[in-house]
Design a protein around this ligand. Sequence first.
Ligand code: SAJ
Length: 406
Amino acid sequence: MVNVIGLGYIGLPTALMLASHGVEVVGTDYNAGLVKTLESGHTTFKEDGLDDLFAAAVKAGIRFTTEYQVTDTYIVSVPTPYDDFSKKVDPCYVVAAVNSVLDVAPKGAVVVIESTVSPGTIDKYVRPAVEEKGLKTGEDVHLVHAPERIIPGNMVYELLHNNRTIGADEREVGERVKELYSSFCQGEIVVTGIRTAEMTKVVENTFRAVNIAFANELAKICRHDGMDVYEIIRICNMHPRVNILQPGPGVGGHCISVDPWFLVGDYPSLATVIGESMKVNDGMPDFVLERIYDIMKENGVTDISRVGLYGLTYKENVDDMRQSPTLQLLDSQARHLAEGLKVYDPFVTRDVVKNQYHDLDAFLRCVDIVVVMVGHDEIKKNQSLLEGKIVFDTRNVITLPGVYHI
Ligand code: SAJ
């Protein structure tokens, strides 16, 4: 039996996937409310295919509880917050979860950590936690790091098809965990060391962050001299060895906007390209705000409350708002002491910011300028609703004539 600890964005789909592929699974979360919701037959967030997967797992007998189980395999999938000031990962939840596992685990249990951690975290914090309990890694408990790699918006598909990395101290234990993940994973599973697995995860997200920063910097250069950044990127990407990502209003989510800082925090004098890239991405909401002011001026709009931000989530067609460029922009606007921007997002049904609308028509009626911060399908597929408005499209998804770009 596998006990999955932490039933959030990663833990839940992983637990469901294992259960629906014949593995006996118990999901544990300290949040009793969340467990109750799952027990009552409801998922806790929206994701393509998640409800079907949930139904299959329930049918296969998955159970949810707040209690840690006595078993031979644990998968720890709890959040790893990072400290905004020091830019370092805070492993407190991982260490707390491992401690709770160790309180009940029988000798020789395997503890797989899926949570993203900065390279070295397992050596620095998890091994000492094991030793403090008078236990020995490799004998009493076997540590493994199997970083998740799935992208919100396509999680279920990617869980099935992505290649994976398993980092383990002992090859044989790595192979055993590989077999467990092979129950559902159709991609290639590489077995390596723990430190390498930690590093690959952070490097993958850093690669993407740096590439997006490059695109964002190009957008600024092109804006400065009136060039079309999208046309330029499109043509460059026709070269067989060039693949530039897309500029945007900033980088959100809990991964690409966070993980690269682990390297900057740990290697401040070495990770210079990475550090500068993160600054470029973090500066984008301010760049968009300045551009809003310019567009208002150009069109004789003097009242900021006639401007509406479409989209609050960190990217299209998800309901996750963590680190979202819109929230960053609103924060920046508050610091500029000018407030009043209106906001709407079809995926955000509760009130989270000032001047938030829950009805697209009502939102559009109240604004002259619409800033598309997120390219949700709702607006991509109903572009005619924007006719007659001044549109500032930060995502390059609106094809109406006269649209402003980043
Ligand atoms: N973005 C751009 N331009 C682009 C692509 C993305 O501005 O061309 C922005 C998005 O709008 C968003 C942010 O970047 O605000 C991040 O979105 P994303 O879709 O690039 O990535 P995440 O954060 O949803 O998921 C990433 C993935 N990592 C990689 O692709 C290397 C995913 O595979 C990881 O599992 C996930 O991080 C994670 O949990 O670490």
